[in-house]
Design a protein around this ligand. Structure first.
Ligand code: URA
Length: 436
């Protein structure tokens, strides 16, 4: 078989066979097929798509490029949540201890910020001492004791995705539904969870700007996951505005503490509780999502999820005392306020612009090797739907240095849209697609 023939088959819109997909991905991981041929194939997939059967095979082949987490000997149920990426999207840090307090084990393997979207690992590492490089033995140990553990993907988990994702990132082939499905699902299946809840974002701050595209991605994740024997629910959630009131690594950890103390912003709590409720259903602890949500609300009120989160911080090397001391003050010295330029209503704050500004401030990164700052970020004093008077502070902004702050401010000012009338309320959780 020759790689060029497989590329041309896909270019002409044919359905690739299992052998062709195995040949291509296997050769790429083994180093016998070069980057440029895989890049050409990814572009052909981008334009031609894949059938559900092909997507399933690609997911399986990628999964088999590495090892699968061994959770044997630990009592389940194992359920995880994964977001397709957003701005201010910090729900994982609240969800893991919340569902763990209800007897669900969450084996959470997360990623770093890339492009305009944030990353759970960068947020956790803003906590002094917190380690996200757990060994497999530590991961198992913490998961069985605390009900959750939070780590990065090891080199052994889906090596094909490590290679492919970096290549897609620089060849304009990220936004392909079959490629995203195989990338996300291969990693999630390798984690060992039996149930998966996907937070599929749509809107300016999401990969999928259009609801219809996000819907196709959600269906693809649900159908491919179900074909691999997993119970899967996808929620389509609005990412047109940043979620919650903070964007930034330590700032978002602080906001999670607020949520765990029952003081979270309404939009953030809505998405957090709706996702958690589905995890509780998949874990067999509730008959439907209304009961799941009620259980989650009750659990939060007991304070147990907060206790579990702080126990996990200590367990993963974080300094709990320091975390609590730094709360409210761990900020860069380079700061400025962005004030309302008009009186009336804020129509929306554009999530994509805030995410891009975050990259210049030091919250995120353009290239995987770039460092992020724990103390950079944005705090919103008002969001879409709020009334403002000209001159009112809308955001406080912290940059890693003065130059980064200056670079981000015009973008942040332009992210604010005003209106004379109150904007119609936006439904945050727009649709559910389920395999059960
Ligand atoms: N997240 C992933 O892990 N993979 C993708 O392709 C897109 C988002």
């Amino acid at each position: 078989m020759r790689a060029v023939d497989v590329i041309m088959n896909k270019r002409s819109g044919a359905e690739l066979t299992r052998e062709e997909i195995e040949f291509l991905i296997g050769g790429y991981v083994a180093g016998t097929i070069p980057d440029y041929q895989i890049a050409a194939w990814a572009m052909a997939v981008f334009f031609r798509g894949m059938t559900p059967a092909e997507t399933g095979v690609l997911t399986e082949v990628m999964l088999r490029s590495g090892t699968v987490m061994d959770l044997s000997g630990i009592a389940g149920p194992f359920v995880d949540k994964h977001s397709t990426g957003g701005v201010g999207d910090k729900t994982s840090l609240v969800i893991a201890p919340l569902v763990a307090s209800l007897g669900i084990k969450d084996p959470m393997m997360s990623g770093r910020a890339l492009g305009h979207t944030g990353g759970t690992l960068d947020k956790l590492e803003a906590i002094p001492g917190y380690r996200t490089d757990l060994t497999a033995a530590e991961f198992r140990d913490f998961l069985s004791r605390d009900g959750f553990a939070m780590t990065g993907q090891t080199k052994e988990i889906v090596p094909a995705d490590r290679l492919l994702y970096s290549l897609r990132d620089v060849t304009g082939t990220v936004e392909s539904i079959p490629l995203i499905t195989a990338s996300i699902l291969s990693k999630k299946v390798a984690e060992g969870a039996e149930g998966l809840v996907f937070d599929v974002k749509f809107g300016s701050g999401a990969f999928m700007k259009d609801f219809a595209d996000a819907e196709k991605l959600a269906s693809s994740l649900v159908d491919t996951g179900a074909a691999m024997g997993k119970k899967v629910i996808a929620l389509l959630t609005d990412m047109d505005q940043p979620l919650g009131t903070m964007v930034g690594n330590f700032l978002e950890v602080e906001e999670c503490l607020d949520c765990l103390e029952g003081k979270g912003a309404a939009d953030l709590m809505e998405v957090t509780l709706e996702l958690s409720a589905r995890m509780v259903v998949l874990g067999g602890k509730a008959k439907d999502s209304s009961e799941g949500r009620r259980l989650c609300e009750q659990a939060l009120a007991t304070g147990k999820p907060l206790e579990l989160f702080l126990a996990n911080v200590g367990r993963q090397g974080g300094d709990v005392k320091r975390l609590l001391e730094l709360r409210g003050s761990y900020r860069s010295d380079h700061s400025a306020d962005v004030r309302a330029e008009e009186s009336g209503y804020l129509a929306r704050i554009d999530a994509l612009k805030v995410g891009r500004a975050g990259v210049s401030l030091g919250v995120g990164r353009d290239r995987t090797q770039d460092a992020v700052s724990p103390v950079a970020g944005v705090r919103f004093h008002a969001k879409g739907g709020d009334r403002v008077k000209a001159g009112d502070p809308v955001m406080t902004v912290w940059g890693k240095d003065d130059a980064s702050l200056k670079a981000a401010l015009p973008l942040l000012r332009s992210s604010i849209e005003y209106s004379r009338e109150a904007p119609p309320p936006r439904k945050l959780v727009r649709k559910e697609i389920s395999s059960i």
